[in-house]
Design a protein around this ligand. Structure first.
Ligand code: FAD
Length: 456
């Protein structure tokens, strides 16, 4: 390995090959409860350096785990088999804002909200907004096809990607897509790479579309004494013509957890809160929020509060965005899933989650992007208790089975990574899994790119 390390240093520079114990530990985690140390960390500064590193790794059959900011929730960037951890975090340049075509091109390591904020300063809007946008990378978002609250109305990361630069396992550089709106020339390799979780290529450059910022936004918070009523209200709002931009749910454990942490005055006797935002012209946003308020009241909301100021709106969203962090106060570990179901199956999915929670005696918090059927049931537990962890694993299996039986999927946005691998065939069927494996084999015959991810 010594001469290989020297070779890698000659590619990226001495300072960007890390081998100290401290550095290896730092790159052994993501946002899950798992970890594994890489053999070394290599931080490339350009596409050419990524390509040269991959040529060496492919020749030596060394695993390479591409990495953004390590905020993933599927253990996708953890190097379980050792090898090279390759963060793209030196490659953060915003290369172009093309105002005529309404597209921006950036290196893959740019932080998503840095891009979004730069565009917002000119009145533009990049809608994909994972809750981690302040600390995840655009490349990581593309690799996971990340979603977020705005995806209900505006679509997910993949809908905004116009072009990619990707380095293949053997170091060849491939450019996909472009600025033309329509393009059906050959297989759609652009969308094959989106959501491929670092297993088919390393994304080095991304061109995304952006749109004009909506003129106005209105936010409402609806308090439901009964969780099941909140489930029904979601469907009624979506069918109402209000056209919400965001529709998020917090169940009673999430409400209590955030209240205990932030003391915002949230209603501790409610089983659910829906936070809903409309946008568009001033009239559209206003009319939309009036419809939302009326529909929520008709479906069992005890109280609907419409934010009168941007600060009030921000406070409502602050509660939603603080759920994840606050849960650590209840139990030391959490397993955050992101099953999806058709939105008319949300009440049934909520009922199934409650049953699973009772069956295994585990607290399961429900929150998430309810409007697009993407719930985040978070199982709270203590990893130090092996018996409890065993129950967590069984509960996860039941959660996935429930989602698939209700016509949904294992993951709406976090990806398969390692944690959902055992359930892939149940969700997709054996033929689809075989086809996916042959694609992997064709693009990465030596299996060096993020081995052990997606497939068992
Ligand atoms: C508090 C919190 C909230 C979150 N909220 C959301 C949410 O609302 N929506 C959502 O979708 N996700 C959410 N996530 C999950 C996570 O932030 C996203 O999956 C994000 O897209 C990961 O980006 P990253 O840069 O951290 O990638 P990493 O975690 O470093 O990597 C994730 C995966 O992408 C691969 N990868 C990373 N960069 C590249 C690249 N340049 N080329 C090829 N492969 C690459 C890795 O190998 C790995 O498989 C949340 C996470 C946290 C901790």
């Amino acid at each position: 390995m010594m001469s290989v390390i020297d070779e890698l240093k000659s590619i990226v520079g001495e300072d960007y090959v890390l081998t100290s114990e401290v550095d290896l530990v730092a790159y052994s985690y993501d946002a899950t409860f798992t970890s594994a140390r890489p053999t070394l960390v290599v931080l490339p500064g350009s596409t050419e350096e990524v390509a040269e590193v991959l040529k060496v790794a492919n020749r030596e059959r060394i695993p390479v785990v591409p990495r953004g900011m390590g905020t993933g929730l599927a253990a996708g960037s953890i190097p379980f088999g050792g090898g090279i951890a390759m963060p793209l975090t030196r490659m953060t340049e915003l290369l172009e804002i093309d105002r005529e075509n309404m597209m921006a091109t950036a290196q893959a390591g740019i932080i998503t909200s840095d891009l979004a904020r730069t565009l917002a300063r000119e009145g533009y809007f990049y809608p994909p907004d994972p809750s981690s946008a302040e600390y995840s990378t655009l490349g990581g978002n593309v690799a996971c096809n990340a979603g977020g609250a705005h995806c209900l109305k505006y679509g997910i990361t993949g809908h905004y990607v116009a072009a990619l630069e990707v380095v293949l396992a053997d170091g060849r550089v491939m450019r996909l897509g472009g600025k033309a709106t329509k393009n059906v020339t050959g297989y759609d390799l652009l969308h094959l790479m989106i959501g491929s979780e670092g297993t088919l290529g390393v994304i080095t450059e991304v061109t995304v579309r952006f749109i004009r910022q909506p003129e106005a936004e209105r936010t409402a918070e609806a308090v439901f004494p009964k969780l099941a009523d909140a489930g029904r209200a979601i469907n009624a709002v979506l069918a109402s013509g209000a056209n919400p931009a965001m529709l998020e749910i917090m169940d009673e454990t999430a409400i209590k957890s955030v209240e205990d942490y932030l003391h915002l005055g949230l209603p501790l006797d409610a089983e659910a809160i829906l936070i809903i935002q409309t946008d568009g012209s001033v009239e559209e946003a206003e009319r939309g929020i009036e419809i939302v308020a009326e529909v929520c009241r008709q479906n069992g909301a005890r109280e609907v509060r419409v934010a009168a100021t941007p600060e009030e709106s921000a406070e409502m969203w602050h509660a939603r965005h603080s759920i994840s962090g606050s849960l650590g106060r209840i139990r030391p570990n959490k397993l955050g899933e992101d099953v999806t179901v058709p939105h008319n199956a949300i009440p049934a999915m909520i009922a199934r989650i409650k049953e699973i929670s009772a069956r295994y005696g585990l607290p399961i918090v429900i929150f998430g992007h309810a409007g697009d059927g993407n719930l985040h049931p978070n199982i709270l537990f203590d990893k130090r208790d092996p018996e409890e962890f065993e129950r967590v694993e069984q509960a996860v299996g039941d959660l996935f089975r429930a989602a698939v039986e209700l016509g949904g999927s294992l993951s709406g946005e976090h990806g398969v990574g390692v944690l959902k691998r055992p359930y892939l065939e149940m969700a997709l069927g054996s033929v689809a899994v075989e086809v996916q494996k042959s694609i992997k084999q064709a693009l990465d015959p030596h299996g060096i790119l993020n081995p052990g991810k997606i497939f068992v």
